[in-house]
Design a protein around this ligand. Structure first.
Ligand SMILES: Nc1ncnc2c1ncn2[C@@H]1O[C@H](COP(=O)(O)OP(=O)(O)OP(=O)(O)O)[C@@H](O)[C@H]1O
Ligand SMILES: [Mg+2]
Length: 170
């Protein structure tokens, strides 16, 4: 249904949340953790997408940007979904204090806002999401890296629920 770097048009926050939900549903099984980078300026909708993703996995409590704690793990059974927001990181070396290595096991997912703040210290992304302002809504670019990212987008491409969001320019 789409190429390796599809673009989606998200008219409102509900659309952002829904695409997060669909992305979560398409998550492939893997030996290692899945790493997702969320790029985009302040207010671009990164946390909104993460909220949809986590809701789809059964996380019921509040999902806010962990701007002060920087890291918020959500455990669901044997899976751990780790929401990270590096906006307030002072230096990439502070990443080591977050002990992200504890979460790199199979069936764990790291969702990282502001990954550029941790440049050089983060595990490589399987999927990079870039949200940008587009009129009153947002545009979302998805890029996969490596085998796991490719499998994830291939799964997602079979989900017809995504069709309304696909941009004509892909
Ligand atoms: N597609 C969209 N169209 C319009 N508004 C949206 C869309 N997606 C999210 N929003 C709204 O944008 C605002 C900011 O969203 P959010 O907190 O998710 O941004 P963020 O990228 O995480 O920001 P920060 O960098 O500050 O953490 C919220 O009010 C949210 O409802
Ligand atoms: Mg946020």
């Amino acid at each position: 249904m789409f190429a390796h770097a599809p673009v989606f048009e998200l008219a409102d926050a509900a659309a952002t949340e829904h695409v997060g939900h669909l992305l979560s549903r398409a998550l492939p099984g893997a030996e290692a953790a899945c790493i997702v980078y969320l790029h985009g300026e302040l207010g671009a909708g990164k946390t909104t997408l993460v909220r949809g993703f986590l809701r789809a996995r059964g996380v019921a409590g509040p999902v806010r940007s962990p701007t002060y704690t920087l890291i918020e793990p959500h455990a669901v059974g044997a899976e751990v979904f780790v929401h990270v927001d590096l906006y307030r990181l002072n230096a990439p070396s502070e990443i080591d204090d977050l002990a992200l290595g504890d979460y790199l096991a199979a069936r764990h997912v790291l969702l990282i806002e502001w990954p550029e703040k941790g440049a050089g210290r983060l595990p490589a992304a399987d999927l990079e999401l870039t949200l940008s302002y587009a009129g009153a809504g947002r545009e979302l670019l998805m890029q996969s890296h490596g085998e796991l990212g490719r499998r994830w987008l291939t799964n997602l491409a079979t989900d017809t629920s995504l069709i309304p969001y696909l941009s004509n320019i892909t």
